[in-house]
Design a protein around this ligand. Structure first.
Ligand code: HDD
Length: 705
């Protein structure tokens, strides 16, 4: 006779209001009781056993009749939806946009009409090339997509952390992305542009040269999503109630200033914490340190567009802030993490076509193409034209139209009318067109129908040069190093040489250094520019990260190496000085269970020494006791902690007792990036030094090749 283990073999106990049943093998499982909901199938049928499939006897075959098992498997088998073809890896958060002053003179967009008005927002940050599970610190552009749930419908500003793009015309997008992602025959490399196909495409597409300079800069290895800028990139239009149009470029300016990591650090962060950026964002929001950006507008008219030496419809060009200043008009605050990653971050669907009355497109051929692609891709990804019914995508305003049915329709009108005009009256008798409804700006268009680009689009190098010359020497060195690194992974020498031939039109010094770094046999001739390079464009200081870094150390994190016997007064002073600055302290000890300081207090550690390498921190403090330092001097990962902090130009605070560890790491002559903590008062000095974020003077000393 078949035995039912639930009834015959189980000992039942009560834990609180949950009944715990012990199975024959000693395993436990809960039966609902009190406030705990009953487990049901998708059809709402209560489930009696979720541990065992329905069988003929304890050792017999499983039965097809087991509808609970089949439904559970069916649902699991279909859990994945196609990942985004680009920007697959992302992290989203909720917040709001708060408008400073009425912008009614510029735009009829409802969210900009009233001072102090808050509009709910959802932002998804992403990397471009990597798959969903790729590491956060890939060298890559970061997506910065903002959905604003305005009272007149959703406005999606789908931008990046770089103000320009690789290509000028949307027709090249599939080629660009194919070249950037894994090569089709081998399926690698993952989340990297350092391979032949990518640089082959770039080398054959001179329009990408400005972007090539930007992506080889530290912009593509941000320290935190909180410390990077965002851009709408294209020129859009603002249109006011009188129908007057003003051109606009949108900017997001991070309140905490910009900051990036160095490449060797990025490589190591990817191993130590592949979720570095999403964890950082999660931690910041969870701890109430809400990330914030100001919305900036660059505003201009047709006269300016006429005179500007580049085409304002060309997404590979910026308008320097020194030429058109950025007017700050409001702030974006992210104050809530998602409840469910899939429901919100994964299912959110951004479409560049989502604009609201008062905001309009221009003829930028990249933007025009995007307006087709985003809507199209959501159908593939989310499986139904009803993706707008999913809560994260649904506007927070009334939706009224006769679009009906389709997969997963959640919003179904009542009554007879499903067309208009109709004579049925009532609520849906006739949603009427509105005077305030969206009207496109009535731009006059004319011209022959041809596959062409405008003349000024052919200037491929002038702004690349301007970008390079706007960087400080440390940043220029990083750009050179990045080119050398990436091209060293390119196996075809002709592709390496082709990139150098383009760089000759950007900056001869850079081209020579890259050629030298690659060990190029001979210097190639410069690529033939389609238009003369404008060599005298003034540098734009706004383009430098280091020139626009943080004003304080707020939002940054110090990692302190501690052991039993760590000086209590020093630790306390450091903690207080960092808290006063709005910065964090994380303790790294030989054992994660914690340590006992000199005052005999027990402290918890956040990391064990081999799990908390210094690449995870903006600066480090070495606070072991004398015995602790002797112990750590024998630990390879503690030595790496110190050596990496040094090589990555970080500020290093050290207690006098840390000397054996410094000696072991070979750092016997501290430079000005070291701060000795001889008394608790020195902690403040250390935090003040940290405001510079890195001690860049050291960097040149640690690189010989
Ligand atoms: Fe795109 C996603 C940003 C050009 C086609 N894009 C996507 C996302 C961002 C951008 C941030 C992720 C949105 C999210 O988090 O869900 N894309 C840009 C920027 C561009 C750009 C700033 C140039 C200025 N994109 C671009 C072109 C095309 C696309 C030229 C095609 C013609 N992009 C897509 C897409 C994606 C996408 C295939 C993939 C997933 C999605 O749309 O929702 O449609």
């Amino acid at each position: 006779m078949a035995q039912d283990p639930r009834t015959d073999d189980l000992a039942t106990a009560r834990l609180g209001n949950v009944e715990v049943h012990r199975g024959a093998g000693g395993e436990t499982h809960q039966l609902a009781g009190g406030d705990v909901p009953v487990l049901t199938t998708q059809q709402g049928i209560p489930v009696s056993d979720d541990q065992n499939t329905l069988k003929v006897g304890p050792r017999g075959p499983s039965l097809l009749e087991d509808f609970h098992f089949r439904e559970k498997m069916f649902h699991f088998d279909h859990e994945r939806i196609p990942e985004r073809v680009v920007h697959a890896r992302g992290f989203g958060a909720h917040g709001y946009y708060e408008n400073y002053d009425s912008l009614a003179d510029l735009t009829a967009a409802d969210l900009f009409q009233r001072a102090g008005e808050k509009t709910p927002a959802f932002v998804r940050f992403s990397t471009v090339a990597g798959n969903k599970g790729s590491p956060d610190l890939a060298r890559d552009v970061r997506g910065f997509a903002v959905k604003l749930y305005t009272k007149q419908g959703n406005w999606d500003l789908v931008g990046n952390n770089i103000p320009i793009f690789f290509i000028q015309d949307a027709i090249k997008f599939p080629d660009l992305i194919h070249a950037a992602k894994q090569e089709p025959d081998r399926g690698f490399p993952q989340a990297q542009t350092a391979h032949d196909n990518f640089w082959d495409f770039i080398s054959l597409s001179p329009e990408a040269m400005n972007m090539a300079l930007w992506i080889m800069s530290d912009r593509t290895i941000p320290r935190s999503l909180r410390f990077m800028e965002g851009f709408g990139i294209h020129t859009f239009r603002l249109v006011n109630a009188e129908g007057k149009s003003t051109y606009v470029k949108f900017h997001w300016k991070p309140k905490l200033g910009m900051q990036s990591v160095v490449w060797n650090e990025a490589v190591k962060i990817n191993g130590a914490d592949p979720d570095f950026h999403r964890r950082d964002m999660w931690d910041a929001i969870q701890s109430g340190d809400f990330p914030e950006w100001e919305l900036g507008l660059q505003l201009f008219d047709d006269d300016f567009a006429e005179k500007f030496p580049f085409d304002i419809l060309d997404a590979t060009k910026i308008i320097p802030e020194e030429v058109i200043p950025v007017r700050r008009v409001g702030r974006l605050v992210l104050d809530r993490t998602v409840d469910n990653f899939f429901a919100e971050t994964e299912q959110v669907a951004f479409c560049t076509q989502n604009v609201v009355p008062g905001i309009d497109f221009t003829n930028d051929p990249l933007l025009q193409g995007r307006n087709f692609s985003y809507l199209d891709t959501q159908l593939k990804r989310l499986g139904s034209p009803n993706f707008t019914h999913i809560p994260i995508n649904a506007p927070k305003t009334e939706v009224c139209n006769f679009q009906q049915d389709g997969h997963m329709a959640m919003r179904n009108p009542k009554g007879r009318a499903n067309y208009e005009p109709n004579s049925w009256g009532g609520a849906l008798g006739g949603p009427r067109e509105s005077r305030q409804g969206y009207r496109s700006f009535p731009a006059e268009e004319s011209g022959a129908k041809r596959r062409v680009r405008a003349e000024l689009f052919a200037d491929h190098y002038s702004q690349a040069r301007q970008f390079f010359l706007s960087q400080n020497p440390v940043e220029q060195t990083h750009i050179k190093d990045a080119f050398v690194f990436e091209l060293s992974k390119v196996e075809t020498p002709a592709i390496r040489a082709r990139i150098v031939s383009h760089l000759l039109n950007v900056d001869e010094g850079l081209a020579k250094q890259v050629a030298d770094g690659l060990g190029l046999a001979e210097m190639p001739p410069a690529a033939d520019p389609a238009r003369p390079v404008l060599r005298d464009l003034e540098a734009s200081p706004a383009l430098s990260i280091l020139g626009n870094g943080p004003k304080s150390f707020a939002g940054r994190k110090v990692g302190a190496l501690v052991t039993d016997g760590t000086d209590h007064a020093l630790l306390k002073a450091l903690k207080e000085a960092l808290a006063a600055e709005g910065a964090m302290l994380e303790l790294i000890a030989p054992k994660v269970g914690g340590f006992t300081c000199s005052a005999g207090h027990r402290h918890e550690a956040k990391q064990k020494v081999n799990g908390g390498p210094s690449v995870l921190y903006d600066a480090v403090a070495l606070l072991p006791s004398a015995e602790g330092a002797a112990l750590l001097a024998k630990e390879a990962t503690a030595k790496d902690f110190v050596n990496d902090a040094y090589a990555h130009a970080k500020f290093i605070a050290f207690a006098p007792t840390a000397k054996p560890l410094l000696d072991k790491a070979g750092l016997t002559e501290p430079d000005d990036g070291f701060v000795a903590l001889t008394s608790p008062a020195d902690a403040k000095r250390f935090v003040e030094a940290c405001r510079a974020v890195r001690f860049w003077a050291r960097e040149a000393k640690v690189h010989a090749v």
